[in-house]
Design a protein around this ligand. Structure first.
Ligand code: HEM
Ligand code: HEM
Length: 176
């Protein structure tokens, strides 16, 4: 059966899969960079991986907004969650996918520094005092929530594999 563009009750459609796997690759890159920043400070590998952090972060922010719109359009036809925990876990992932880059962008704005992505000026920056609460919010939460998200993603992958191995709910088939 050809893969439908929209979701059906038995599997995710083309757009949901493209978003899920493209974003999974970008998150892999993003967290490799964050890990290099912590473990490989001042190495060539760090500048290679970490150098794109803002750009990839902004791309992920744009993609999650599209993904939410697509999830809402397909809400009544998606494959049903296998459990309440799965539903809550996916909701938490959505929450963090929005919160982590949003908090970073608020900090970026408050710092008064310009933000350019692919040559497009997203924030012009400003002269004068930085906006403390914006910068402090990011300092307090961006990295911490980012690492919490990585832990949740690891749990998510483990659960997907466990469902495939230990139960007859092969959820991977719906997304792979
Ligand atoms: C979903 C997207 C994003 C993820 C998963 C993410 C993840 C992370 C993580 C885990 C850290 C902590 C690294 C450490 O402990 O040293 C971090 C730091 C940082 N991120 Fe992001 N980030 C994202 C988007 C962004 C965006 C959009 C910006 C800026 C426009 C940004 C700017 C920064 C900066 C400046 C730091 C270093 C300061 C700090 O630790 O808070 N990030 N990010
Ligand atoms: C190797 C990596 C990954 C594997 C094997 C995997 C596997 C899966 C599977 C099998 C499903 C379908 C679950 C179901 O039908 O109940 C799913 C859905 C989902 N996954 Fe992943 N996943 C991976 C990475 C990620 C990452 C990095 C994220 C982002 C934070 C993510 C977020 C989600 C969300 C939110 C859903 C719910 C459906 C949707 O809205 O797209 N996954 N994943």
């Amino acid at each position: 059966m050809a893969l439908a563009i929209r979701d059906t009750h038995s599997r995710y459609g083309l757009v949901s899969r493209a978003l899920h796997w493209a974003m999974a690759l970008l998150f892999l890159w993003q967290f490799s960079g964050a890990t290099a920043r912590v473990l490989l400070e001042d190495t060539a590998l760090e500048s290679f991986l970490w150098g794109t952090h803002r750009t990839v972060g902004v791309m992920l922010m744009a993609l999650i907004l599209l993904r939410i719109v697509w999830a809402l359009i397909n809400a009544s036809r998606r494959p049903p969650s296998v459990s309440v925990m799965a539903k809550l876990g996916h909701l938490a992932l959505y929450g963090l996918m929005v919160a982590v880059p949003t908090i970073a962008l608020i900090r970026q704005y408050g710092s008064g520094r310009a933000l350019d992505v692919f040559g497009v000026n997203l924030m012009p920056g400003f002269e004068g005092e930085r906006i403390d609460w914006m910068v402090d919010l990011g300092g307090l939460l961006h990295g911490e929530l980012g690492w919490a998200m990585l832990a949740l993603i690891v749990g998510h992958i483990v659960m997907a594999v466990m469902h495939r191995r230990l139960t007859n709910h092969d959820v991977l088939k719906r997304m792979a």
